[in-house]
Design a protein around this ligand. Structure first.
Ligand code: PEP
Length: 255
């Protein structure tokens, strides 16, 4: 496997933070700091901030994503937003399967699959999140959990469509907790995901496939994590809310 075949992706996940005015200010602060990035830069923002984000990012190398999408095209789904609506607002990426959606909002492997399908059907790039709970790691079933999440989410996704999918390996115990997986733990699972892509698709597809790490990645630990052979950047929560911190992670992934 050859890391040089892939361009790293650093994606921010703002979660439920920032008003539209704060969005404009933060993106304006970030733009000059990440302008020289030698990696793809994405910011996934709350639905209500999408217009402000798309407008602020115009003409820059920052791409805008959403944090979720519904699986149906339209209909009686109060409070939900479809992939088609996101696309129409200028969104290029969408996160599916984030552990906070799985834990607090009842997302299952099957609904994650359906949301991923809808995003791909609408030409969006998908950041598909997978990862184990602490108890599952302690039971030594991390690989089974992650393999099963990936297999179900990608069922029916063609090798061509796979070009629009990134997987973010996010151990749930490391998200928002300040506890980062060690670089070796991150590498072990990211490599296993790439091996699974090879098994399900082809070596060529696996070589090109972007696998990120996510979970308390910050300006201090980013270097060591993104240096690993199978870690192609990161999905960043807390540290994506501060321009200098996010820019430092982008810099680490640009080496
Ligand atoms: C995330 O929200 O995907 C995430 C990794 O959060 P944090 O960086 O805050 O752990």
């Amino acid at each position: 496997m050859n890391k040089s075949l892939r361009k790293a992706v650093i994606a921010g996940n703002w979660k439920m933070n920032k008003t539209p005015a704060e969005t404009t200010a933060l993106i304006n602060e970030m733009k000059p700091l990440v302008a020289d990035a030698d990696c793809d830069v994405v910011l996934c923002v709350p639905y209500v901030d999408i217009f402000a984000a798309v407008e602020a990012a115009k003409g820059s190398n920052i791409k805008i994503g959403a944090e979720n999408c519904h699986w149906a095209a339209s209909g009686a789904f109060t409070g939900e937003v479809s992939a088609e609506m996101l696309k129409a607002c200028g969104v290029e990426y969408v996160i599916t399967g984030h552990s906070e959606r799985r834990t607090y909002f009842g997302d299952t492997d099957v609904t994650v699959h359906d949301r991923t399908r809808a995003a791909l059907d609408n030409g969006l790039n998908v950041i598909l999140c997978v990862g184990e709970y602490l108890e599952q790691r302690e039971q030594n079933i991390t690989m089974e959990v992650v393999r099963s999440q990936v297999k179900i989410a990608l069922a029916g996704v063609s090798e061509e469509e796979l070009g629009k999918v990134i997987i973010a390996y996010e151990p749930v115990w490391a998200i928002g907790t300040g506890k980062t997986a060690t670089a070796d733990q991150a590498e072990e699972v990211c490599k296993a995901i790439r091996d699974l892509i090879c098994e399900l698709y082809s070596k060529e597809a696996a070589d090109k496939f972007v696998v990120q790490y996510g979970g308390s990645m910050n300006a201090k630990n980013a270097d060591e994590l993104v240096d690993k052979e199978d870690v192609d950047g990161g999905l960043i929560g807390g540290a994506s809310l501060k321009a200098p911190d996010f820019a430092a992670i982008v810099k680490a992934a640009s080496k």
